[in-house]
Design a protein around this ligand. Structure first.
Ligand SMILES: [Zn+2]
Length: 375
C-alpha cells in the first residue's frame, strides 16, 4: 500500500493507477485543472446542449438523476438557471424502512424549487433480498441498489425520448476510476465500466431472480444507448469549483439540510454526504476495512489538493475518524436484511483486507498500516 505524495489517497482504490511521480489521478487532474480555461469549457457546454437538441414535441431538454443531496441540488439548479434548460429530474427513492427524514426533506426542497420530478421506487422485498445477497457476495450491500440508481436515469431517458443526461463528477478524473474514461473529459457513456456497474445484473439471474423482477436493476446496453442516441455528460468537467465542500456551499443556502451527528458516529467530517439514508455511512466503514480508506480520506484529499489543510492535520483526522460508524446504523441494517450482528461482523471480518488489518486477541480490528505512509 502506497499513498499519493500530494493527498492521502492510497493506491488500493479499484481501477486506479498513480503516475511515475507517485501522484494519484485525482491530484494529477486537479493540478491540470488550474490551467483550464473555464469560460471556454462553458462555451463547449453551451454548444453541446445546442447539438444534442430536444426532440420535436418533447418538453424536456435533459434528464438529471437526483437524490436531493448537495451534488444533485446544485446540478438541477445550475442546469436550469445558468444554462436555461428544462430538466426532468429522476429520483430513485429508497423504501420507507431505509429513507431518512433528511432525504425526504431534501427531495421535497428540490420539488419546491419548481422542478418536474419522477420518483421511482423498486419493490421493497426484492430490494431487501438483493441488498442481503449483495452484502454476502460483494461485502457491499449497495452493489444492487446503485445498479438501480444508475440504471433508472438512462432507462427513463430512453422511455421518455430525452437523449441528454447530465451526471455529476467524472469518476475517472475526479476520483480515479480510470476504466470510466470516455472519448472526451465530459463523455459519460463509459460509466457502464465503472467499478459499481461493471458487475452488471448477471449475478442476480445466476442467483435465481426472475428477469422481470429485476428490471429496475438492468442498465441499458450499448445498443439501446446507440439506438436512442443517449449521451451522458459529466457536468463536473465544466465546473472549476466542483467538489464536496463547494457543492454543499452552493446547496445549503438554497435549502439543503445536512447531518448534525458527530464524525465519531458517521465517519463523515462535516455531515454533507449520504443524507438520504444511514447505511451508506456503514458501507464507508466496510470500504475502509477493504481498501484502507473511507469518507474522511475523500474530504481531506480535496483540502490537501487545494492547500486548505496541511498533511499533519489531515492525517490526524483520518486516523481519528475514518471508518467510524454508529452501532445504531449497523443494528438497523441487520434488522432490515434479517441477519444477526454476529453474522454481520463474521462476514465483514472475513472480507476485510488481511494485509491492511488484523484481529487482536480481544477480537478487535487493528490497522497495520500507518496513515500517510502505508505498509
Ligand atoms: Zn492524490
Amino acid at each position: 500500500m502506497k499513498y499519493c505524495t500530494v493527498c492521502l489517497q492510497p493506491d488500493t482504490r479499484p481501477n486506479t493507477h498513480f503516475n511515475s511521480g507517485g501522484v494519484c489521478p485525482a491530484c494529477d487532474y486537479y493540478q491540470h485543472s488550474r490551467s483550464i480555461d473555464w469560460q471556454e469549457r462553458y462555451e463547449i457546454l453551451r454548444d453541446l446542449t445546442k447539438t444534442i437538441k430536444r426532440k420535436s414535441g418533447q418538453y424536456f431538454d435533459c434528464i438529471i438523476g437526483v437524490s436531493g443531496g448537495k451534488d444533485s441540488t446544485r446540478q438541477a439548479l445550475w442546469v436550469r438557471d445558468n444554462l436555461g434548460l428544462k430538466p426532468l429530474l429522476v429520483c430513485l427513492s429508497h423504501p420507507p424502512q431505509q429513507v431518512s427524514q433528511l432525504g425526504v426533506d431534501n427531495i421535497s426542497n428540490l420539488i419546491n424549487h419548481g422542478f418536474d420530478v419522477v420518483l421511482t421506487t423498486p419493490a421493497p422485498e426484492t430490494w431487501r433480498r438483493l441488498m442481503r445477497d449483495s452484502f454476502f457476495k460483494f461485502t457491499n450491500w449497495a452493489r444492487s441498489t446503485e445498479l438501480a440508481l444508475f440504471s433508472s436515469v438512462p432507462q427513463l431517458a430512453i422511455k421518455y425520448n430525452i437523449p441528454l443526461i447530465f451526471w455529476g463528477e467524472n469518476p475517472a478524473l475526479q476520483v480515479g476510476d480510470l476504466k470510466t474514461m470516455g472519448n472526451t473529459g465530459y463523455d459519460g457513456n463509459n460509466l457502464r465500466y465503472s467499478n459499481t456497474l461493471s458487475s452488471g445484473h448477471a449475478w442476480m439471474l445466476d442467483a435465481g431472480y426472475d428477469a422481470n423482477s429485476i428490471l429496475p436493476y438492468i442498465y441499458p446496453d450499448i445498443e439501446a444507448f446507440d439506438s436512442s442516441k443517449i449521451q451522458i455528460v459529466f457536468l463536473g468537467w465544466f465546473l472549476g469549483d466542483w467538489g464536496l465542500l463547494e457543492n454543499a456551499s452552493y446547496a445549503c443556502p438554497v435549502g439543503l439540510h445536512i447531518r448534525e451527528e458527530a464524525p465519531e458516529l458517521t465517519g463523515d467530517l462535516y455531515g454533507l454526504s449520504n443524507l438520504d439514508e444511514d447505511w451508506h455511512n456503514m458501507n464507508q466503514m466496510i470500504k475502509y476495512l477493504k481498501f484502507g480508506f473511507g469518507k474522511i480520506t475523500e474530504y481531506v484529499n480535496e483540502e490537501l489538493r487545494s492547500g486548505a489543510m496541511d498533511r499533519a492535520t489531515a492525517t490526524d483526522l483520518v486516523e481519528r475518524y475514518d471508518g467510524n460508524c454508529s452501532e445504531a446504523y449497523i443494528d438497523s441494517f441487520c434488522e432490515f436484511i434479517q441477519i444477526t450482528k454476529q453474522d454481520f461482523w463474521a462476514h465483514v471480518k472475513e472480507s476485510m483486507n488481511k494485509e491492511l488489518f488484523e484481529i487482536d486477541a480481544m477480537g478487535n480490528i487493528r490497522r497495520k498500516f500507518q496513515v500517510g505512509v502505508g505498509l
